[in-house]
Write a protein that binds this ligand. Structure first.
Ligand code: ACO
Length: 441
């Protein structure tokens, strides 16, 4: 039988090393044994952007990018989108199993008990400028929440972790809706726990005066969108939450760092870019010309391509169907025709076929959000609310994992060797090279 090991020969010394293979990986720490002399530090793995490094073992989310598969805790994303709601899926993600009806009732109750925020948080949010980006507002507010809950510091205590998890999942819609109302100059609307998770969110956003009844189609569409965005294994923001959380800081600080990571245009901002691109294309008759510019490298077809998926993003398929249901209520967003034509042409075009570029989750979400009435700056917020359950599941897994320590990668130092400090008067004029460095910074 073949051995589950890797033999490495170091041609510098002629020595060979046998490294165990487990779960399709080697422990890169094994490479440290490979040395040219006793005082050699040992070999490092160099992996910028961690493209080929597994940084943890996880039981939360499984992705098979070649076959377009996404599962939470073993359940297929399409199955959950068809049959579950966000809070049940959040329970599954955080706790590992689907709840029975009693547990679901208790979980839902416990989350709803935490939808209200301290009045000082409301006042804190009042302080943001009228044009503050809502992601900046929720990032700052979640970080500030750590000062309201000093008990959250006890990250190794199960009861404390449970309480902060419920608080964060419960309060994210509230502070997100407050951020929206702040942008609009509207008074904040307090939570209504008689409503569902998304129904309550909608009323906190859109209630103007008197009674507000969320449209059941929009309410359900948001539930599905929240399910689809709840986790996505070791993406940039999950990695940020794990890395920051590995210092054993409280989860509000760790989740705030995840919101920061998600804020960036290479992560949570692509759906906004899709809407801008479709608006710029303007009409179905301009699609062929636009495709040419994507192929020449002049522009990118936003919402297409993915680092992991080399097939149709399974979330994209579900969202495309959802768009029609939402448009029945909101009226059709005309951008959908441009999007459909772009997809139709791209999926037949050699350039996109060869590179295995398919629509990703962001291709259709922005069109739906816009139809519901969200400004583009709210799009990443609609990602952050449901992703909170994923971040907390990843964080809790990290805290409980006996193999995890404070995250601290190595570097390959390529800077100057030892130099002697020169007093300012006697310093030589900057060389050309130093001038260039100054320009870069
Ligand atoms: N339009 C046109 N060409 C593309 C696109 C695109 N959207 N995406 C990739 N390509 C081409 C690249 O030019 C490159 O071509 P080449 O081999 O001739 O140089 C090839 O496909 C591979 O592209 P990379 O950038 O190396 O692929 P990578 O895995 O690094 O990038 C990414 C993935 C960033 C998502 C990329 O496909 C992209 O920029 N897409 C548009 C932005 C987008 O939709 N982002 C959202 C991703 S989903 C999410 O984060 C939630």
């Amino acid at each position: 039988m073949a051995k589950e090991t890797l033999t490495i020969k170091d041609n510098r010394t002629g020595k060979t090393y046998e490294v165990p293979i487990q779960d399709g990986s080697i422990r890169t720490a094994e490479l440290r044994k490979i040395k040219v002399s006793d005082d050699d530090f040992g070999l490092l793995g160099y992996d910028p952007a961690l493209m080929n490094t597994a940084s943890c073992k996880s039981k939360v989310t499984y992705i098979d990018g070649d076959n377009g598969i996404l599962r939470y805790r073993g359940y297929d994303i399409a199955d959950l989108a068809d049959n579950s709601n966000y809070l049940e899926t959040a329970y599954l993600i955080v706790k590992g199993e689907l709840p029975d009806s009693q547990r679901l009732k208790a979980w839902t109750h416990n989350i709803k008990m935490h939808t209200m925020v301290h009045e000082n948080i409301r006042k804190f949010m009042d302080g943001f400028r009228y044009d503050a980006h809502p992601m900046g507002m929720i990032m700052g507010t979640v970080a500030a929440m750590s000062t309201f809950y000093p008990d959250a510091k006890d990250v190794e205590d199960l009861q404390s972790r449970r309480l902060q998890t419920r608080r964060l999942i419960g309060k994210l819609p509230t502070i997100s809706a407050f951020a929206y109302r702040q942008m609009r100059g509207l008074p904040f609307v307090y939570p209504d726990n008689e409503l569902s998770y998304t129904g309550n969110f909608l009323q906190m956003l859109f209630k103007i005066a008197g009674n507000y009844t969320p449209d059941p189609v929009i309410e359900r569409a948001l539930e599905v969108l929240f399910i689809l965005h709840a986790d996505h294994e070791q993406n940039c923001s999950a990695n940020a939450v794990r890395a920051v959380g590995s210092s054993l800081v409280d989860p509000y600080s760790a989740v705030a760092s995840g919101i920061g990571a998600l804020y960036g245009p290479r992560h949570g901002g692509a759906n906004e870019a899709v809407v801008q691109m479709l608006t710029k294309i303007g009409s179905v008759k301009n699609v062929a010309k636009a495709i040419k510019s994507f192929k020449s490298g002049e522009d990118r077809l936003m919402g297409f391509g993915h680092r992991i998926y080399k097939a149709y993003d399974p979330r994209g398929k579900i969202i495309k169907k959802l768009a029609d249901e939402v448009f029945e209520v909101t009226g059709k967003n005309k951008l959908i025709d441009i999007a459909l034509e772009l997809e139709r042409i791209a999926l037949q075009d050699e350039y996109f076929v060869e590179r295995r570029l398919y629509p990703n989750v962001d291709f259709y979400t922005g069109i739906i959000y816009q139809a519901i009435g969200f400004p583009t700056t709210m799009f990443p917020v609609l990602f952050a609310i449901p992703r909170t359950s994923g971040w907390l599941a990843q964080w809790s897994e990290m805290v409980r994992d006996p193999e995890q320590k404070i995250t601290r990668p190595r570097q390959l130092y390529i800077g100057e060797d030892l130099r002697e400090y020169a007093p300012i008067k006697g310093r030589p004029k900057p060389s050309d090279r130093e001038d260039k460095v100054a320009e870069v910074i």
